[in-house]
Design a protein around this ligand. Structure first.
Ligand code: HEC
Ligand code: HEC
Length: 261
């Protein structure tokens, strides 16, 4: 009798452990990042533009802000008489050509903030891989400009590792909550304790108003629930965290935030 019970408990625990292991290995949401994209050493500018086009309109999340008219500058169409982004990118900052300006716009958006807009653009270098960033630069240039991005711009190491895996992962896979929160760029928009911005709701006491399940939902599908008072900012929170955080990271983040009472 005892032996049978122990065996059953053993099987149950074993199965649970197996599923936990599998769950932690699978990203929470099916990745939308184009998988067939292999930006190897001989990638052509045309391939980069096509990959950038897909990212821009899909997993990159750019259209949450750009192209709506007011939240962010138009990129594919004219902006205040200066033309589409490819036509104006070389004139934004003295001494920076188009390519350098666009790369900076994606990786350190606060370095030059287009006048008339709020500094709400996330640092894309934290979320996208170098190949993806360069594909976006090529695509932006192709809008009324000259595409001068080539395979030589893409760091050799990352080109060799393949384009499917994205960046090294948020915060290099760390499960330390504040390391993830900074690494994912949450503090670019949210205040957490004494640090962070004021574009999204303050998360310092988020655990006192949202359950762990709701917090998880807000991270994976930001648009399904709108925070009160932030109706005008729906769509601003990036939707790709589910692709970028591992299962273990997501759970550690949710645990931490729901304990912030
Ligand atoms: C949360 C909103 C938001 C998202 C998402 C976003 N941006 Fe932006 N972006 C802005 C805002 C606002 C500005 C203008 C203020 C500034 O310069 O930071 C801007 C500026 C830019 C500029 C400079 C434009 C100019 O006229 O000089 C480029 C290029 C750009 N974004 C590209 C992108 C790309 C590509 C993506 C997707 C990978 C993206 N942005 C995602 C809000 C956003
Ligand atoms: C580009 C800005 C931006 C970034 C980056 C961002 N958020 Fe948000 N977030 C928002 C905005 C705006 C809202 C409110 C609108 C909405 O609910 O969609 C929000 C809502 C939330 C909510 C719901 C809060 C409430 O009181 O209802 C949670 C939880 C949250 N974000 C967590 C995160 C976490 C965790 C990260 C980092 C992994 C993150 N956000 C990154 C802008 C951002």
């Amino acid at each position: 009798m005892w032996a049978t019970n122990l065996r059953i408990i053993g099987i149950v625990l074993g199965t649970l452990a197996l599923y936990t292991l599998i769950a932690n290995k699978i990203p929470q949401v099916q990745s939308e990042v184009p998988h067939a994209l292999t930006l190897g050493a001989n990638v052509t500018p045309e391939q980069l533009v096509a990959a950038g086009d897909q990212l821009y309109h899909g997993a990159g999340g750019c259209t949450a802000c750009h192209g709506l008219g007011t939240r962010a500058p138009n990129l594919l169409t004219d902006e205040k008489g200066l033309g589409p982004i490819g036509a104006r990118c070389g004139k934004r900052e003295a001494g920076k050509d188009c390519k350098a300006y666009l790369y900076e716009s994606l990786t350190s958006p606060r370095a030059y903030v287009v006048s008339g807009y709020e500094p709400i653009m996330p640092e894309m270098g934290r979320i996208l891989s170098p190949q993806q960033l360069w594909a976006l630069v090529a695509f932006l240039e192709s809008n009324s400009g000259t595409v001068d991005v080539s395979a030589a711009d893409i760091p050799a190491a990352s080109a060799a590792s393949g384009a499917t895996s994205g960046a090294a992962g948020i915060a290099n896979g760390s499960t330390d909550p504040m390391t993830m929160i900074r690494g994912a760029g949450c503090t670019g928009c949210h205040k957490v304790g004494t640090e962070g911005g004021a574009i999204g709701p303050n998360l310092t006491h988020v655990g006192s108003r949202l359950s762990a399940a709701l917090i998880r939902e807000c991270i994976l599908r930001p648009d399904t629930r709108v925070a009160k008072g932030y109706e005008k900012f729906v769509g601003v929170m990036p939707k790709m965290f589910g692709n970028q955080l591992t299962g273990a990271q997501l759970e550690a983040l949710v645990q931490f935030l729901s304990s912030q009472k």
